[in-house]
Ligand binder design. Sequence first.
Ligand SMILES: Nc1nc2c([nH]c(=O)n2[C@H]2C[C@H](O)[C@@H](COP(=O)(O)OP(=O)(O)OP(=O)(O)O)O2)c(=O)[nH]1
Length: 137
Amino acid sequence: MPKAATTIEVAAGLIVRGGKILIAQRLGNAHLGGLWEFPGGKRQPGESFEACLKREVMEELGLTIAVHEQVASAEHHDPQHHIRLHFYRCTVLTGEPRPLGCETCQWITPVEISNYPFPPADLPLVHQIASGRHIIT
Ligand SMILES: Nc1nc2c([nH]c(=O)n2[C@H]2C[C@H](O)[C@@H](COP(=O)(O)OP(=O)(O)OP(=O)(O)O)O2)c(=O)[nH]1
C-alpha cells in the first residue's frame, strides 16, 4: 500500500521594502526547481513559524528580517506531498539579499509578479498581489 503523505508545515515571507517584494528562484535540482517563491522553508520540530522564517531567510539570502502579521495561507496536495504554507509580511532589518540557497533573487513591483512562474499553491496570493490587494510599502 502506498505510504500516506505527511503534512509539511512551511513558513514563507512577503519581504517588502520601498514598494517592492523580494522573491527567490528555487534551486534547479529541488522539488519545484526553477520556479519562483516567497523565501522560506519547512518548519523544524518545536520551532515557531517566526523562528523558522528568520532561520530560512538567513540561510537562503543572508538577511535578518522582522516577521509581522500572517497575510495568507495555502495548501498543496500531491501523492508525495501535503504542504501547508503560512505567509507572513516581513521587513528587512539588516543585510542585502544574496542567493546563498537559491538560484537567484529579485526585488520586484507587485505588477511584475505575474511575469514569474510560481508553484501552484502560491497562485491565489500571486494574483492578489498583482491586482493590488496587498499593500506593499
Ligand atoms: N519557501 C517556499 N516554499 C514553497 C512556496 N510555495 C510552495 O509550494 N512551496 C513548497 C516547496 C517545498 O515543497 C516546500 C518548502 O520546502 P523547501 O524545500 O523550500 O524547504 P527547506 O528549505 O526546509 O528544504 P530542505 O531542507 O528540505 O531542502 O514548500 C513558497 O512560496 N515559498
